[in-house]
Structure formats: structure tokens, C-alpha cells
Design a protein. Structure first.
Length: 543
């Protein structure tokens, strides 16, 4: 594997015999010079990205090299309509970057002999059950954190996305009702729900709630004093506030706007903390990346988890995707991307890359580790500009690789802007087609009041439809934001127009028997809807 070729390493390779006589202060000064040069190069590239995405309000970046932070910096503002700047201690919701921390908690318990990766989950949670009972005794702890049990993409996420009033215990009580659509261990399907179960394994094996274990056994030992395992108590004044595009015509289109006065307003995952609850900043996350690159070793020489467990968390468990590999048009394309335990492991320009992203309403983020170079970096934003993150991830990696980077140079900013423009055009065309179909749609076969009532799904619970004067009103009873008018679309299909424009509208299609609606299915109106709006997994029957 190619290593970062700095002036320091070049000097070391040419002066093997003389190294012992070179003053130590010279080595230290050279390291500092190299660190400063790397920080300047990354900073310059980040500023180029922000020029290309001027609507992105705020950004935080951290770079760690050889166990020390070389850059922790904030850019822009905490909120687009306020003056407070983002700095290195501004808190961001980092969502699924939390998953690696949950896996580290499990690794600590494995070291202590309290958990085994390949032990059935029922060893620790005897009541654990799935909608396919034949799997109940087969699913292991490793399966929980590998996205390979067979759930569909985002299955069960409506239990906690958007903000729900459910407790963790209530979520666990309906795990056995969430449908499993694929074969066990056959394919990769991203599943937040099983990480909630993994957090309960931590709780059962340690005797304390997941957030307490993470706080006392990980955050406190690392000195991550600002980081919060869940965001419920986060001070909005210390946080980057969420931003997004809420239309028209669709979510993720239209002008950038602040979509909340606090992170918790749109993103309170206390019940799903083990899957994505963390709030952190560049200073604290640099400590986390340094720990990962050191395979669990702390600066004082003690260990958070063993080197063997560090390797285990990076060992691939399921293939995410594969390709023929890099091309001149896409030099960073992976031959294989895999999922390990809370991390995606892939090749990038011939080197191993350990990475994970996180997406919350109003913010997206990412962590990248390049173990062969002992370098890691992270980027947190307070807006939903996904193509900006694409440019940051690959572009910063290329900056770090520098002149030793294999393959041709590539303009990740220009290529990401091209893909963004093409995607926007497709979305606008899709929105026009949706509206046109409604305008030409057939009327429903029954009066509106005939569809009113309580509709129940085995895992979500109740959705109500009320007749209000001349319109129908739909409400997801456990998701306060998902309520609004239900209007005819085409025949037995209706659509919502939720007043809360931060949320995704839904199609509802009714099935009639003997001239009466008895069953209904749903799907998101927008083709761009986040997969966590898993309306399509609902199977509603009239109560």
C-alpha cells in the first residue's frame, strides 16, 4: 500500500544511518511543517467546495494524522439568518456516524467476555423475535450491525423518523412485526432498526442504558467532553441549526431555508440513539478518529478496546456493491464496497478506505479513515447538500494522497455539480409528471367519507382518516408532523399535502371489497424521498 510521501519521510529513507544523530527538534519541526502544509491544502480545497455550494450555511472539518489533529475548523454560520459563526466546537448532528460507536461499545463488552459477535441475539435478549420466526435463534450480534438480516432498505424507520413519541421499549415491542423481504445474509439492506436492537444488547450485557455506557466507557475516557450521545439536551446556541430545501416543487428542491430553531425540532432520536443519536464537534471527533486509527489505543498507553477487536470491526461482513473498478471518468470508483461492523470498508485508488456517512433532516456528515497513511478526516454540515459531501469525501482524500495518489487527477467539484444539475432536472420533470397525472386522474369511486376511519398496520400502529367538511384529513398517530389533507389523485389513489413542508407527502391506495375500502397501501410521492420514509412497508387494514 502506498504511503504519504512527505519531505520528512523522504529524508528518513535517505538518511537511515544518520537518523540517530539528527536533532530531535528537527524531526519535530519537520512534522509540524508537514502538518501545517496538509492543513493548508485541505482548508484551501474546502473553501473551493463552499464557493461551489454557496447556499450551504455551515461546515466543520477535522483532519487527524499520526494520532494528532492537524486541522479542526469551522466555516460559515450556524444558521443562515443569524450571525453566529461555526467554529471547531460547534455541535452537529452526525446521525449514522454513531453506528461505529455502538460497535465499539460491543467490542469493549466482547473484550470483557460479556458479548460474543457470533452468539445469537437471544442469548442477551431472550424475547428477541422477528417476523420470520425461523430466524429468531439464528440472528447473531454480528448480523445486527451488518445490515444483512433481510429487512428492506430503511424498514421500520417510521417508528422513529420523522420525530415520533415512541419509547425505545415500544420500538422493541414491535420488531417482530416489521416485514423481512429478502433472504437471510443474502444481500445488503441498510437497517437502522437492528442497531437499536444492538444498543439493547449493550444495555443487557452491561447493566446500563446504551447512552450511559457510551458516555462512561467511551466519551469520558476519550475526553470527548462536548459530545452528546443523544441530542435531547443539546443547547441550540452551541449547535449548527438544520437547513434544507422544502420546495416547490418537491422536497430537496427550491431555495435553501432554515427548517428548525433547534436540532431536536426535526431530529430527536433518543429512542433510536444507538443507530444515530450523536451530536459532536470537530475537536471531539478528531479524538474518535485517532482512537480508530490506533486500533483502540489511547494516548496514555491504555486501551479502549483490543487491537483484535479493532480489526474485527473493520472486517467485511457483507458486500454492499461492486464494479469493474476505476475508469478515467471516475478514478475513485471502488472494485468492492463492503459493510463491516458500523463501518463501510472499500478500496479507493488502490488503498483501503474505512468510511461512514450520516444523514439527518437538515444535515449530513461523513467520516473517512485511510489506515495505510494513518490519516482520517471528517466533515459535518448543517444542510442537505449531498453532492457537496461527495466532493468533500473524494476531494479531501485526493488532497491527502497528494503526489503519491495513483491514477489521474480528477475535478470532484465539477463532476459533483454536473451530477447535481442532472439530478435536479430529473426531479423537476418527475414533479411535473406527478401533477399532470393528478390533473388527468379519474375520480374516486366512492364519496370521500367512505374512506374515513382508523387504519392499522401491524408494526406502525394506527393511521386515521377523518372527514372534515369538504375534505379528508389523514394523521399518522405516532408521528406528529405527518398529518394533513388527503385529496383525490387517480381512482382509488389519494395523496397528502402535509402542511409541514419538511416532510414527504404520501400516496394512499385503497383496496375495495364489496364496494367498501378494506385495505390500503402507501408510498412516498417524491422519487427523491429519503428511504427512512418507509411508507411502502405499511400494510393497512380498516379497524
Amino acid at each position: 500500500m502506498t504511503h504519504l510521501l512527505t519531505r520528512r519521510s523522504a529524508l528518513a529513507s535517505s538518511l537511515v544511518g544518520a537518523a540517530a544523530t539528527l536533532p530531535q527538534t528537527s524531526w519535530a519541526q519537520q512534522a509540524a511543517n508537514d502538518d501545517a502544509a496538509l492543513a493548508d491544502a485541505v482548508d484551501a480545497y474546502v473553501r473551493q467546495c463552499l464557493q461551489a455550494w454557496p447556499d450551504n450555511p455551515g461546515l466543520s472539518v477535522a483532519v487527524v494524522k499520526d494520532g494528532r489533529p492537524v486541522l479542526t475548523r469551522g466555516y460559515g454560520k450556524k444558521a443562515m439568518d443569524r450571525l453566529a459563526p461555526v467554529d471547531e466546537r460547534t455541535l452537529f448532528a452526525v446521525a449514522s456516524n454513531t453506528k461505529a460507536v455502538t460497535c465499539a461499545a460491543l467490542a469493549i463488552l466482547v473484550d470483557e467476555g460479556k458479548v460474543k459477535w457470533d452468539e445469537p441475539v437471544r442469548t442477551y435478549l431472550p424475547g428477541f423475535a422477528l417476523s420470520k420466526p425461523e430466524l429468531n435463534d439464528l440472528v447473531t450480534v454480528r448480523d445486527l450491525v451488518s445490515h444483512r438480516i433481510g429487512f428492506g432498505l430503511g424498514a421500520g424507520d417510521l417508528l422513529f423518523w420523522p420525530n415520533s413519541d415512541r419509547t425505545r421499549a415500544e420500538i422493541m415491542a414491535v420488531v417482530d412485526k416489521v416485514p423481512i423481504e429478502d433472504q437471510f445474509r443474502a444481500r445488503y439492506h441498510y437497517c437502522n432498526l437492528m442497531f437499536i436492537v444492538a444498543g439493547e444488547v449493550v444495555a443487557a450485557a452491561s447493566g446500563m442504558p446504551w447512552e450511559s455506557f457510551v458516555q462512561t466507557r467511551i466519551l469520558n475516557r476519550l475526553g470527548m467532553a462536548d459530545t452528546l450521545p443523544v441530542m435531547v439536551n443539546a443547547d441550540p446556541a452551541k449547535c449548527a441549526l438544520p437547513h434544507g430545501r422544502v420546495g416547490p416543487p418537491l422536497r430537496y428542491q427550491g431555495p435553501m431555508t432554515r427548517i428548525g430553531d433547534s436540532v431536536q425540532e426535526v431530529w430527536n432520536w433518543t429512542s433510536a440513539g444507538a443507530a444515530g443519536g450523536f451530536m459532536t464537534n470537530a475537536v471531539d471527533w478528531a479524538k474518535w478518529m485517532a482512537l480508530q486509527l490506533a486500533n483502540g489505543a489511547l494516548p496514555d498507553g491504555t486501551r479502549l478496546f483490543s487491537e483484535a477487536q479493532g480489526r474485527e470491526m473493520w472486517r467485511p461482513n457483507i458486500i454492499v456493491s461492486s464494479s469493474a473498478g476505476p475508469t478515467p471518468d471516475l478514478p475513485g470508483r471502488a472494485i468492492a464496497a463492503t459493510y463491516a461492523a458500523g463501518w463501510q470498508v472499500m478500496d479507493y485508488r488502490g488503498e483501503r478506505m474505512i468510511t461512514h456517512g450520516g444523514g439527518s433532516p437538515g444535515g449530513i456528515s461523513g467520516t473517512v479513515l485511510l489506515p495505510g497513511r494513518n490519516v482520517g478526516f471528517s466533515y459535518f454540515t448543517n444542510a442537505e447538500e449531498s453532492f457537496l459531501l461527495r466532493a468533500l469525501r473524494s476531494g479531501i482524500a485526493d488532497v491527502i494522497m497528494g503526489p503519491t495518489r495513483p491514477g489521474p487527477a480528477f475535478d470532484w467539484i465539477a463532476d459533483s455539480k454536473r451530477l447535481e444539475t442532472e439530478g435536479n432536472a430529473r426531479s423537476i420533470a418527475a414533479a411535473a409528471e406527478i401533477d399532470a397525472k393528478q390533473a388527468a386522474g379519474a375520480p374516486p369511486s366512492l364519496p370521500g367519507a367512505a374512506y374515513a376511519g382508523t387504519w392499522r398496520d401491524p408494526w406502525y400502529g394506527d393511521v386515521t382518516i377523518q372527514a372534515r367538511d369538504t375534505q379528508l384529513w389523514l394523521a399518522f398517530t405516532r408521528s406528529p408532523a405527518l398529518q394533513g389533507p388527503l385529496e383525490p389523485y387517480d381512482g382509488e389513489t389519494f395523496r397528502t399535502r402535509f402542511p409541514d413542508k419538511r416532510e414527504e407527502d404520501v400516496f394512499v391506495t385503497f383496496e375495495l371489497e364489496d364496494g367498501r375500502p378494506v385495505r390500503a397501501t402507501m408510498k412516498a410521492v417524491s422519487p427523491d424521498a429519503d428511504f427512512s420514509y418507509d411508507f411502502h412497508d405499511l400494510r393497512l387494514t380498516r379497524v
